[in-house]
Design a protein around this ligand. Structure first.
Ligand code: ATP
Ligand code: MG
Length: 233
């Protein structure tokens, strides 16, 4: 059975594309057939693939399919037959494509830093997941802390956990908290590192860079392991 993982957050610039390409490339490195579905109108994964073809040299092939419109769900389901792992980069706004991708997914990964500007949007994602679960009750959801402070990553992760104790709807606190809907904040995370931006620029995973940033590498391996565990239930 293939795994469908959607990386989504209505907030922009939180690390969705970085997470999507690293997950897909780790899956390929692990011997799986993996593909990225890019439903973001910015087409950042498509651009990553172009960079990879032009600059990255002798690296594994990466398939990236741009999909938009009403048939996204259907197309993802059809593709799932051909791949072990499908990673959807669902872009930085609530869209038809984001909802359709989540409807067909096993897991949604929500990257966020500990900054209020980003954590303030988590209740909207929880509300969206609640809606989607009416039709896809098995949808799992985890929060992936990204771009944490190098010397404050534990405290930053705790800030995200605390933010998840907030009600989804501040006017109706009895309606449940973000953590009721998304109970897991992954232990795996990224710290703010130039290595991630540099790898995107070269169309590579941080594992494929030479020289490698060993801390970025170990973060990506930790994320891949925890995300796959969550996706497999
Ligand atoms: N851990 C990190 N440390 C430093 N920079 C990072 C890290 N993760 C991602 N970045 C950089 O932050 C920027 C935003 O990341 P990314 O493009 O993955 O976010 P996004 O959520 O996909 O954004 P958008 O909403 O625009 O699609 C990029 O320049 C990326 O290289
Ligand atoms: Mg993006």
């Amino acid at each position: 059975m293939s795994l469908i993982i959607t990386v989504a957050n209505e907030k922009g610039g939180v690390g969705k594309t970085t997470t999507a390409v690293e997950l897909a490339l780790q899956a390929i490195a692990g011997g799986h057939k993996a593909c990225i579905v890019d439903t973001d109108h910015q087409q950042s994964c498509v651009k990553f693939k172009m960079r990879r073809e032009q600059l990255a040299g002798d690296v594994a092939k990466l398939k990236v399919l741009p999909l938009v419109g009403k048939s996204v769900g259907l197309q993802i389901r059809e593709l799932a037959g051909d791949f072990d792992v499908l990673v959807v980069d669902a872009g930085g706004r609530d869209s038809q494509e984001m909802r359709l991708a989540m409807l067909t997914s096993h897991l949604v990964v929500i990257p966020t830093s500990a900054k209020s500007l980003e954590t303030d949007g988590l209740n909207k994602m929880a509300s969206l997941i609640n809606e989607v679960r009416l039709q896809n009750p098995a949808l799992a959801a985890v929060i992936l802390p990204t771009r944490l402070g190098a010397s404050s990553h534990s405290a930053d992760r705790q800030i995200i956990i605390d933010e998840c104790r907030r009600p989804i709807d501040p006017d109706h606190p009895a309606g449940g908290t973000i953590a009721d809907v998304v109970p897991t904040v992954l232990m795996a995370h990224t710290v703010w590192r130039n290595a991630f931006d540099r790898a995107y620029t070269w169309g590579k995973s941080v594992l494929e860079m030479d020289p490698r940033d060993p801390k970025a590498v170990s973060e990506v391996l930790g994320i891949y392991r925890e995300v796959m565990e969550a996706a497999n239930g």
